[in-house]
Design a protein around this ligand. Structure first.
Ligand SMILES: [Zn+2]
Length: 128
């Protein structure tokens, strides 16, 4: 049996066991831990941040232009280089096509660009 050099049989077995344990833990965290703690779900959180950014941008745009709920939104003045939002918002799961943009300023509490995924609906939007 070879006993010199780094890769002795014992070390090979050690690393095989270590790597399979690490991947087992990673798999366990992903499949068991993550669904139990929705706030750790970064995909949903990333989407909610996008929806909030768009909402805040529209509220700012409405305030600057003295617009009321029901007034039309010119999205070219909100999204684009040099505007409130530089880049077109993109859901981490469903991409930029996930958001349906309203054409008018919505009343307080109504999202201007909700994600099509019901699981991505932000909570506590009554005063948005
Ligand atoms: Zn989404």
């Amino acid at each position: 049996m070879k006993t010199s050099g780094y890769l002795t049989p014992v070390r090979i077995v050690f690393w095989v066991v270590m790597l399979s344990m690490i991947s087992a833990i990673a798999f366990w965290v992903d499949s068991v831990i993550r669904p139990r703690f929705p706030h750790l779900n970064t995909d949903r959180a990333g989407c909610v941040i996008q929806q909030r950014n768009v909402q805040q941008a529209v509220r700012a745009y409405a305030a600057i232009n003295s617009l009321k709920p029901g007034d039309p939104i010119d999205w070219t003045k909100i999204i684009g280089p040099g505007n409130f939002i530089e880049k077109v918002p993109s859901c981490p799961v469903h991409g930029p096509g996930a958001y349906s943009y309203t054409t008018t300023i919505p009343p307080i509490g109504t999202l201007v660009a909700p994600c099509k995924d019901p699981a991505h609906k932000p909570s506590g939007t009554e005063d948005w």
